[in-house]
Design a protein around this ligand. Structure first.
Ligand SMILES: [Mg+2]
Length: 362
């Protein structure tokens, strides 16, 4: 089998919640996703996804100019070799960041092709699972005010979610979530790296009464695992991090420092599914809970479902926003706070051609 063509496509999908403070597409209430399709000479195609936030036209240009040409003619079943070659050829463009995201998308697409060739769902290639659905946590956008956080949490709980994660930096917003969701739901707080160690220690003391399931990325910069470790020793709140690390060695350093209770690699950021499997094994050896990050709604989201099924991850992250389209189709749409594990070959779902046509930007 040979790779015959590689195409990246940028989609911008609107969402309806006007209270959201984030500008995820850089231009307003849209969420951008950069999908990648790898085609072969044997009909099979595979899909991957590059982590996106904003400015994705430049990300697409990087993928198209640096990564795409290196893939044509390769045998897509050589996943490890292709990943290793790309990493070594391109490492000075980032072992963390843009190039790691691009390599991730390729790795995901190659796993997709492998599953289709084997005619097996991805989770079975990864070891299998009796699970048919996975509980999700509602990963809320940033609202910046306790009443809005409370209302949104209340709505998520009413829809069936038993866990919510806030993306906030104000302690009072956690009180808002508790008021909206009650004492029994799991509440996590993701602050996205805002504080010095001293500020984080002070705020952690104020947060302790709220019984958080974890506090995520409380300190700046994210690679300072020693600050995180010191914070972890000083508070009763479990610490989560890992979405901003790039590869296995970063995670080793994080675990050796004793920085985290929950580790959160993102398969569209940290060199793909192949790297995530190594990180999961290392996490197990260090007795750290493996809790993949998922900031995607495209192919990377579907891959993460299979990874969580096969690795018995108790709770998976899902954006809590009303998108104008579910790009991977209704089969992976959240229902009552859960998502079904698709049973078809490989991902068991494909990007919806109508959504791609409607929301493709470039
Ligand atoms: Mg996070």
């Amino acid at each position: 089998m040979k790779i015959t063509s590689v195409e990246s496509m940028l989609l911008a999908i609107p969402f309806s919640d006007r209270d959201v403070q984030w500008r995820l597409g850089g231009t307003g209430h849209v969420f951008q996703t950069l999908m990648v399709r790898i085609d072969t000479d044997q009909v099979l195609s595979g899909w991957g996804e590059v982590f996106t936030k904003n400015g994705e036209a430049s990300l697409k240009a990087m993928f198209d100019t640096h990564v795409r040409p290196a893939l044509i003619g390769r045998d897509p079943s050589h996943i490890n070799a292709i990943k290793r070659d790309l990493e070594r050829q391109q490492h000075n463009f980032g072992r963390v960041g843009v190039m790691a995201f691009c390599v991730s998308a390729v790795d995901l697409a190659l796993w997709d092709i492998l599953g289709k060739a084997a005619n097996l769902p991805l989770y079975r290639l990864l070891g299998g699972s009796p699970r048919t659905e996975i509980p999700l946590y509602a990963s809320l956008a940033r609202y910046g005010a306790a009443p809005t956080v409370g209302r949104t949490t209340e709505r998520a709980v009413r829809e069936g979610y038993r866990a919510v994660k806030l993306h906030e930096v104000l302690v009072e917003t956690v009180a808002g979530a508790r008021a909206g969701g009650g004492p029994d739901i799991a509440v996590m707080l993701d602050t996205n790296c805002p504080w010095t160690l001293a500020e984080a220690k002070r705020n952690a003391r104020r947060l302790e009464p709220f019984n958080l399931a974890w506090l995520e990325e409380p300190t700046w910069p994210p690679e300072n695992v020693h600050a995180l470790a010191e914070l972890r020793r000083s508070t009763t709140i479990p610490i989560a991090a890992g979405e901003n690390a790039g590869s296995l060695i970063d995670y080793r350093i994080m675990f050796e420092a004793g920085a985290v209770d929950f580790v959160q690699p993102d398969i569209a950021k940290a060199h793909g599914l192949t790297e995530a499997l190594k990180i999961a094994a290392l996490a197990e050896a260090y007795d750290v809970a493996f809790m993949p990050h998922c900031f995607m709604i495209g192919p990377g989201y579907a891959h993460t479902i299979h990874l969580c099924a096969a690795h018995d991850v108790p709770l998976m992250e899902r954006y809590y926003l009303d998108f104008a389209a579910e790009p991977m189709g209704d089969i992976v749409k959240p229902r009552a706070g859960k998502v079904a594990v698709p049973q078809g070959a490989e991902l068991g779902c494909e990007p919806d051609p109508a959504a791609v046509k409607l929301y493709r930007v470039t």
